[in-house]
Write a protein of this length. Structure first.
Length: 149
């Protein structure tokens, strides 16, 4: 059961962190180079809509598997790096929830009402927070792989 939980935990992490890397480092810059805001912002919004469904599923998978490992396998007695990963992960979830419930939903409303400049402002905030979450996610990967503490 431990191996299954670990695999599910890693799959959730790869989907979330890998998706942020792709969106931030490849999709967004390419869209900015190729498309005007009136075309780019709806594309990015629709992309986020699809990606965010996967993020919600990944969060559920990461939490369920991570806490199963933490409580069942290790009886809540683990190394410090696990506690650091848990804290960083909870911050990441909080940042994602903020992205989803505030600028993302507002971006959708702005696009629906044709307010492109406002949608662009919302996307800029989303981009900044995704960068923070991407950095935190990469730190999580390093902590999990290197077990430094």
């Amino acid at each position: 059961m431990y191996q299954t939980a670990l695999v599910l935990h890693l799959l959730g992490t790869v989907i979330w962190v890998g998706g942020m890397f792709f969106a931030h480092m490849a999709l967004r810059p390419s869209a900015e180079e190729s498309l005007e805001p009136v075309q780019r912002l709806p594309l990015l919004y629709r992309t986020l809509t699809r990606f965010f469904r996967w993020v919600w599923a990944s969060i559920a998978l990461i939490l369920a598997s991570g806490y199963w490992i933490f409580f069942v396998k290790f009886d809540a007695q683990t190394a410090g790096y696990i506690h650091a990963m848990q804290a960083i992960g909870l911050v990441m979830i909080g940042l994602f929830a903020f992205i989803y419930f505030v600028p993302y939903l507002r971006m959708g409303r702005a696009l629906a009402e044709g307010r492109i400049p406002e949608a662009g402002q919302r996307m800029a905030l989303i981009r900044k927070i995704i960068l923070i979450n991407l950095i935190l996610g990469l730190i999580e990967v390093v902590l999990g792989a290197a077990k430094p503490f």
